[in-house]
Design a protein. Structure first.
Ligand SMILES: NC(=O)c1ccc[n+]([C@@H]2O[C@H](COP(=O)([O-])OP(=O)(O)OC[C@H]3O[C@@H](n4cnc5c(N)ncnc54)[C@H](O)[C@@H]3O)[C@@H](O)[C@H]2O)c1
Length: 254
């Protein structure tokens, strides 16, 4: 029997891409799934396909509705909804605020609503779709990179604070994944992400492998571990390499 048979699972931003792949994988394992998205049409289509329940709305405020749909108990919460938030130091304040709200605060708000029950039961699993940009950075996307570093920092903090009390945390940190978000990333996505892009199903595979191995950091692109080490080991050399990529992007016309 699958580990998630009858488990109550919530996936935010599940109208397509990585969220839809996660929802399909949990549903295939016998979980009772709630799929959430701002896009009602897309999320209802995924719900119909997988037998999940659709909850339409902002990922920041859906825990209670999702919990009710699952009969009072959320076992796994996948904070996956995200904004691509491109821009540089001149990006509008509203772009920074939205990136912070969706990529970080939605996770904090969900955890606030989930933790009392998880601590009482001594069990719960929080899956954060971060990005390799949360470990490294992303050319041309300051609000995205900064907010994803925040998402990773929150996931780390959650894991270290509650792991002895039964709360499991996973941070998924892929590079390019072939979804609408990659298409919307434009020329920077094309240069940096597209050449090694993987499918959303590969991300779901990596998560399930990581769960089986009880690993916090989920790296669907294993080479990211080396980049992360290189960054920590020699920040100036790493920044010079990233600047080389920035210059390549500028030369290509951005
Ligand atoms: N595609 C990539 O290359 C890539 C790489 C690394 C990390 N990620 C991360 O993966 C996650 C999923 O993105 P994706 O690539 O599947 O893109 P996607 O555009 O296919 O999916 C994102 C979904 O989130 C929804 N969404 C946005 N704001 C929301 C909100 N406030 N409440 C509810 N839903 C909301 C969108 O409607 C969309 O359906 C994001 O957090 C993204 O940052 C993507």
């Amino acid at each position: 029997m699958s580990q998630f048979q009858d488990a109550g699972v919530v996936v935010t931003g599940a109208g397509g891409g990585i969220g839809a792949a996660l929802a399909r994988r949990f549903a295939a394992g016998g979980a009772r799934v709630v799929v959430n998205d701002l896009d009602a049409r897309k999320v209802k289509a995924i719900a119909d396909e997988t037998g999940a329940t659709a909850v339409v709305g902002d990922a920041s405020a859906i825990v209670e509705e999702a919990r009710a749909a699952l009969g009072g108990k959320v076992d796994v919460y996948c904070a996956n909804a995200g904004l691509a938030s491109p821009g540089d130091a001149f990006a509008d304040e509203a772009v920074w605020a939205a990136a912070w709200d969706v990529n970080v605060m939605a996770h904090v708000r969900a955890v606030k609503a989930l933790l009392p029950d998880w601590l009482e039961r001594g069990s719960g699993r929080f899956v954060s779709t971060v990005s390799a940009a949360g470990l490294l950075t992303m050319v041309g996307a300051a609000p995205y990179s900064v907010s994803k570093h925040g998402a990773l920092a929150f996931a780390e903090w959650l894991s270290l604070t509650y792991r002895h009390r039964g709360v499991k945390v996973h941070a998924i940190c892929p590079q390019g994944v072939r979804t609408d978000m990659l298409t919307a990333a434009g020329s920077a996505g094309e240069l940096v992400l597209a050449p090694t892009a993987i499918e959303p199903e590969d991300v779901a595979d990596a998560l399930f492998d990581g769960i089986a191995a009880d690993r916090f950091l989920i790296l669907p692109h294993p080479e990211v571990a080396g980049y992360y080490q290189a960054r920590a080991g020699n920040p100036d050399r790493w920044l010079a390499g990233m600047n080389h990529l920035q210059q390549k992007w500028e030369e290509a016309g951005r």
